[in-house]
Write a protein that binds this ligand. Structure first.
Ligand SMILES: *Cc1c(COP(=O)(O)O)cnc(C)c1O
Length: 232
């Protein structure tokens, strides 16, 4: 079991490192192990190998697992979020990747004691079923978030369509990176500290992480390649 976990982790780490090298990147890429659909034992096996970043998509499933797991895990919430559930995430997740409307920011701002780091989820390739703000509205959403003192927007997240050939998603990853750069420029001058913090690009999954890293991903969200197939 943990031998499997070690082998898988090594393979994923190597994929990321080789893509970083190809792209000539020196900045780090954070591996978020997407543990939705897998139990606490599988999470613990990766934890024991040094992984601390785990991603979950469903509030209740995450809460049940988090209770049984070490407190120093950095949780990343990556699923579609209802505003009545967002309050459970405040101060409990290191990052909420899936904020795509003002209301979610408002709930996190009101319910949290600490600064909550979030990413704005942008829809890519007209994948509306997966949520995300339209790219043309991302700047407006970012400005709305500035009203919330306990919410800090640290970047963008995207889920491109599933494709057999990951090269097809390169255009989407490149577009998300450009949007991130544009929004950072827009922030500069108005909020220099905010612009400095706005650098995370959460993109790339099991099937397409190399292309995402080549296009500038700073966080990749990997489930299947680390844990095997999911039960749902
Ligand atoms: C499930 C999920 C992942 C992981 O997908 P894999 O293909 O198993 O690596 C990444 N991001 C999001 C938003 C997900 O829901």
């Amino acid at each position: 079991m943990s031998d499997d976990a070690a082998t898988r982790l090594e393979a994923v780490t190597r994929r990321i490192e080789e893509a970083r090298r190809r792209a000539g990147r020196e900045d780090p890429v954070r591996l978020v192990a997407v543990s939705k659909g897998h139990g606490v034992e599988a999470i613990r096996a990766l934890y024991d190998l040094g992984v601390r970043d785990f991603g979950e998509s469903y509030v209740q499933e995450w809460q049940e697992k988090a209770e049984e797991l070490p407190r120093d895990i950095e949780w990343h919430f990556i699923g579609r979020l209802q505003s009545n559930k967002a309050r459970f995430l405040a101060d409990q997740c290191a990052y909420v990747h899936s904020v795509d409307r003002r209301k979610l920011g408002k709930v996190l701002d009101q319910r949290g004691e600490e600064i909550q780091r979030i990413l704005l989820q942008v829809s890519l390739g007209e994948e509306e079923s997966k949520g995300g703000v339209d790219p043309s509205k991302a700047g407006e959403l970012l400005r709305q978030m500035e009203a919330f003192s306990k919410v800090q927007v640290v970047g963008l997240m995207g889920i491109p369509p599933y494709v057999e050939d990951p090269e097809e998603n390169r255009v989407h990853f490149a577009a998300l990176r450009r949007l991130c750069e544009e929004l950072r420029e827009d922030l500069t001058g108005r909020d220099d500290a905010g612009a400095e913090a706005f650098r995370q690009l959460s993109m790339g999954m099991t099937n397409d992480l190399e292309v995402a890293v080549e296009e500038g991903a700073t966080m990749v969200r990997v489930g299947t390649a680390l844990f095997g197939p999911r039960s749902y």
